[in-house]
Design a protein around this ligand. Structure first.
Ligand SMILES: [Zn+2]
Length: 490
């Protein structure tokens, strides 16, 4: 897209497993290529990838292909860098600069976590010169090995923040080290090192670093600590829908993250690992995108970062990513104009107003049925009783039926491309309705009553879930058993 955007940094924030499945090189490379194509087409110019180098999906070679393709398409790939926790520079043992390997070899570099002061075997102490040297070498390796467009740095989070004697001076100067999710003193150690090595190899790299929350205007007492960070590095604030336009940011380059970019997972009910955000759903977020965009423009930050991002293959993710970008471009745009300009090309002009109605309604309706779906979907897939055994409310199901009818009307009016998208939408809405209807039956109640026994009898639970998939006529590929392959969606 050639239209200019007032924000220079437009970034999608992903974990590998929210995008690809199975967790292998072919899927990793192919799915990220599609996401890169989507980004290039719509106007995003960066993708953060946590889990960038992982032996389970092709290690160094696959990661090199992804970064190379991004470079070619004008979409910067920014690997997540765990500068203290989160595995360092690569995810799995045996790969270069994998943090747990270092800490096993050199246990004296482990962090003493705040509170208990227990030693943590997957968090390092940034206050030791030997650890800083490892951080520098790792950054050099990452920059030399991959055609990256930047990095996304996170230092120790929450209780992983090191509270050893070497850090005591930092804590004296920054009492919030022991309170907030991250430490500006820690950032002031890690970011300059990584900045220097990354920029040495890639002079225009975006060196982004997570300040977590709260935003600067709620933490001005610590802002002076960020002065030790190179001015060209980019602070990433966990902004969500918080906003205060009266206090300017303490550093020159700022981007705002919202952990609500797009929730849909297109390959299965849940991702193969790290399932705490993505799941099979249809949840457009036009109002939220509008609010977020308007907030960022009011505060004058230079970029947006959509968190919880998976593939754009699902129609709700697709429209969400477009909406966050477009409402940040033009916060005064109304929804009707958005529909005419951005839904019509996807669904055809006659279907666009119907899609707008459907999307605005689903933004509020989806969360009312999602916990019910999630609980049962988890039972169906894993065969173990769910933590979310609430019965769906009749009024919600009635509204859901109206929404499904609206989606079917939109499909009749849609362009061929729009019809393809609406087939995906109606399929998901229909699955939710079937599961929601089931949750109000006596059979569901009996299953809930039986959960203790089912928990202790995996074979019986498995048989019950298989039978239910068949009875509810759900897609076997999506809801069929995949036992022991993941974790609860949280
Ligand atoms: Zn320490």
């Amino acid at each position: 897209m050639s239209r200019s955007h007032p924000m220079p940094y437009r970034i999608l924030w992903t974990w590998d497993s929210w995008v690809c499945d199975p967790f292998i090189a072919e899927s990793y490379v192919a799915e990220y290529r599609e996401l890169i194509d989507f980004a290039a087409r719509t106007g995003y110019n960066g993708i953060i990838i946590w889990g960038f180098v992982d032996a389970r999906h092709g290690g160094i070679e696959a990661a090199r292909q992804v970064a190379g393709y991004g470079l070619q398409q004008g979409v910067r790939i920014l690997p997540g860098v765990g500068a203290g926790g989160y595995h360092g520079y690569s995810m799995t043992p045996g790969l270069p600069y994998h943090l747990e390997d270092l800490l096993r070899e050199k246990p004296h570099l482990r962090a003493q976590i705040r509170g208990s002061h227990m030693v943590e075997d997957h968090a390092g102490c940034l206050y030791q010169p030997e650890f800083q040297e490892w951080l520098r070498e790792g950054a050099e390796w990452l920059a030399a090995t991959f055609p990256i467009g930047g990095v996304n740095i996170e230092t120790n989070e929450m209780e992983w923040i090191c509270d050893c004697p070497l850090a005591s001076e930092a804590t004296r100067r920054e009492p919030n080290r022991l309170k907030y999710a991250n430490s500006y003193s820690d950032l002031a150690i890690a970011v300059p090192i990584i900045f220097q090595e990354t920029r040495r190899k890639h002079p225009d790299a975006w060196v982004t670093y997570a300040t977590y929350e709260p935003a600067w205007f709620r933490r001005m007492e610590d802002a002076w600590l960020l002065k030790g960070i190179p001015r060209e590095a980019i602070a990433q604030w966990n902004m969500e829908l918080d906003c205060d336009a009266s206090i300017p940011p303490p550093v020159p380059e700022n981007i705002s993250l919202i952990h609500s970019g797009g929730w849909s997972y297109h390959l299965d009910a849940f991702p193969p690992t790290w399932t705490f955000t993505q799941y099979r759903c249809f949840w457009p977020l036009l109002r939220q995108a509008h609010q977020f965009g308007a907030n960022q423009r009011a505060m004058g930050v230079q970029g947006l970062v959509l968190g919880c991002v998976g593939s754009a293959a699902m129609p709700d993710n697709e429209v969400n990513y477009i909406a966050y970008l477009e409402f940040a471009r033009d916060p005064d745009m109304d929804f009707e104009t958005f529909a005419a300009e951005h839904l019509a090309p996807l669904y055809g002009e006659p279907a666009a107003p119907l899609m707008l109605r459907l999307m605005l309604a689903q933004e509020e309706l989806h969360p009312k049925l999602a916990p019910v779906w999630s609980g049962w979907a988890w039972f169906l897939r894993e065969g173990s009783p769910s933590r979310r055994l609430l019965a769906a409310e009749e009024s919600v199901l009635k509204e859901w039926e109206d929404q499904l009818a609206l989606a079917r009307r939109a499909r009749e009016a849609a362009s061929p491309e729009g019809a393809r998208r609406l087939d995906a939408v109606t399929q998901v809405l229909d699955e939710y309705l079937r599961i929601g209807r089931f949750s109000r039956t006596g059979a569901a109640a009996a299953m809930i009553q039986d959960q203790e026994r089912l928990r202790n009898n995996p074979d019986e639970a498995g048989a019950a879930s298989d039978q239910l998939v068949a009875e509810l006529e759900l897609l076997e590929d999506i809801y069929g058993p995949r036992r022991g392959s993941g974790q609860d969606s949280g």
